[in-house]
Design a binder for this molecule. Structure first.
Ligand SMILES: [Zn+2]
Length: 259
């Protein structure tokens, strides 16, 4: 164990089983036992990393992120990996389940004859928004992350968290919600036609779970009372979403203008 090794990855010399500079494992050549060890590490990363992150985000979303930003990063899936993982699955299943109603297309909304910043273009934008929310849910929510982060940061300036730490919170949240969106997308193929007083049941379910998960996470992460958590959480969601929509609307009209 104590012989000096030269790292095959970064050429540093090190002692022990792993390079102290880049983390590469001591390597002689590929063998069954080396592959087996690597396989066990990969499985552990899925079992210990992905599943642990998923479980803890489910039970204690705010606490889990607090653990992570306090430095226990090794045992969890990183926020970006987590978000990409669920979003990728979402993007794989959506084409098989999506029931795109009517003949709406974003291209049409952009290239039609309604002038920019007109009532017509505002109506078009509304349909683009609904389309994005319903059929590109996770992509839409990914774009919302920086806006919610900025708003949440401004509302919690007295807290010890910096922008990056709150960004991590929202990235994990978006990843976790991507999972819910997957379940709801699959579910909507079964209950898609059910409505409660005019509202689509699967739309209601996805809204309720979004708000519930968001407020629970806020409460645990910032450690405020329920009243403050709900008041600030709702404000953050509304203001953040509004800012996001303003930017999307400007982009929409910019695209319209350039066509
Ligand atoms: Zn190395």
């Amino acid at each position: 164990m104590n012989q000096v090794d030269i790292c095959k990855n970064c050429k540093q010399t090190f002692q022990g089983e792993y390079c102290s500079s880049c983390g590469q494992r001591s390597f002689k050549r590929f063998s069954i036992s080396y592959l087996w060890h690597g396989l066990r590490e990969d499985l552990f990363e899925i079992e210990g990393g992905l599943l642990l992150t998923f479980r803890e985000l489910w039970r204690h979303p705010g606490m889990m992120v607090l653990n992570y930003i306090n430095g226990a990063t090794k045992k969890y899936y990183s926020p970006l990996k987590y978000l990409i993982f669920w979003t990728a699955i979402y993007l794989i299943i959506v084409p098989f389940t999506a029931t795109s109603d009517s003949n709406f297309s974003i291209e049409n909304a952009i290239s039609n004859s309604n002038p920019i910043f007109s009532t017509g273009s505002l109506t078009d934008f509304y349909y683009v928004w609904v389309y994005l929310m319903k059929l590109k849910t996770n992509i839409y929510l990914m774009g919302l992350i920086p806006f919610l982060t900025a708003t949440n940061y401004l509302f919690h300036r007295e807290s010890k968290f910096n922008y990056t730490e709150i960004l991590i919170l929202h990235t994990y949240f978006c990843g976790q919600f991507a999972f819910v969106a997957i379940v709801m997308t699959l579910l909507s193929t079964q209950i898609g036609s059910l409505t409660i007083s005019g509202f689509n049941l699967s739309d209601i379910l996805i809204q309720v779970s979004y708000w519930y998960m968001f407020l629970k996470m806020q409460k645990e992460f910032f450690g405020k009372t329920w009243t403050i958590s709900i008041f600030r959480g709702v404000t953050v969601l509304l203001v953040g979403t509004l800012l996001y929509l303003v930017v999307l609307y400007l982009i929409f009209n910019g695209l319209k203008y350039s066509f």
